[in-house]
Design a protein around this ligand. Structure first.
Ligand code: CP
Length: 310
């Protein structure tokens, strides 16, 4: 495995996370920097995406590199039966970095085992989404002025939502208190609660998205029910509308509260929240560009301190 790969948020240390956040701030102030001249990045998306693929591609373009790839695997030779191994080995012949999203948990880890080209996991099934976590951390830091000692309420699909799994693990360094709001069918998987127990992270589970929970939160992290992960569509129908955030529910919330959502949303945040200054999900998506510029530079061994000097 190339050690510059980013498959799980647990691949990087607290120090590296903080460095990436600092570098993201640099790119927010200086988004156009021709430091990827001559580099080619592949974006291989075996699952749909809007933000992740386009922000990675924008990041490469703004840094002066080139992008190849696909957003619809049905147009590639995987539809003829080519294995993931062969696809990765073959694309590795052409590029300096692979950004990939796949519907199978562990696909990105597997890719690192068949190539020396660095791999960035842009989401593998219900497992991990580490670049989303870096933009989430950057958004939390920008809005709260700290990552430490925050109460973070995760709402909705905590079973299949890979973004909450990655964020939970990254917060281990910052003494969070979590509220997990979900129905029985979509509650936080045992392995992540065990992770919290091992790390001494405080959490409580709730079925009701109550005013008490909302009013105690610094961050509310809403999630979409991941229809594509259900094998039985009737099960999805039963749970798809259980948690909805409306503007009036924020009337007595903390001044510093910010609403995050990895997006896309379906109906879990009413559009009447969009104009509330506590709604931060569109800026959060914008922060993805800067966080991904920082992640790409890490993957390609580009030292931002040297860039700043030039
Ligand atoms: N947050 C996120 O992963 O969005 P996309 O599925 O649009 O990439």
């Amino acid at each position: 495995m190339n050690s510059n790969s980013l498959v799980s948020i647990s691949d990087i240390s607290k120090e590296e996370i903080l460095q990436l956040l600092e570098n993201a701030r640099y790119f927010e102030e200086n988004p156009n920097h021709k430091i990827l001249d001559g580099k080619v990045v592949a974006t291989l998306f075996f699952e749909p995406s809007t933000r992740t693929r386009l922000s990675f591609e924008t990041a490469v373009n703004r840094l002066g590199g080139r992008v190849i790839g696909f957003s619809d695997a049905s147009t590639t030779s995987s539809s003829k039966g080519e294995t993931l191994k062969d696809t990765i080995k073959m694309v590795s012949n052409y590029v300096d970095l692979i950004v990939m999203r796949h519907y199978l948990e562990g696909a990105a880890r597997y890719a690192t085992e068949v190539t020396d080209t660095p791999i960035i996991n842009a989401g593998d099934g219900a497992h991990q989404h580490p670049s989303q976590t870096m933009l989430d951390l950057y958004s939390i830091y920008k809005t709260q002025g700290t990552l430490e000692n925050l109460t973070i309420t995760m709402v909705g699909d905590l079973k299949y939502g890979r973004t909450v799994h990655s964020l939970l693990m990254a917060m281990q360094y910052f003494n969070p208190t979590f509220n997990f709001v979900a129905c029985d069918e979509l509650k936080m998987p045992a392995e992540y609660k065990e992770f919290c127990d091992q790390k001494g992270i405080k959490y409580t589970e709730h079925k009701e998205f109550s005013q008490e929970v909302i009013n105690s939160s610094d961050i509310i992290y809403m999630t979409r029910v991941q229809r594509e992960r259900f094998t039985d569509i009737m099960e999805y129908e039963k749970v798809k509308n259980l948690y909805n955030l409306h503007n009036a529910m924020l009337d007595n919330s903390k001044d510093n509260l910010r609403i995050l959502h990895p997006l896309p949303r379906v109906n879990e945040i009413d559009q009447d929240v969009d104009d509330n200054p506590k709604a931060y999900y569109f800026q959060q998506a914008q922060n993805g560009l800067y966080a991904r510029q920082a992640i790409i530079c890490r993957a390609l061994n580009i030292d931002i301190k040297e860039v700043q000097k030039s």
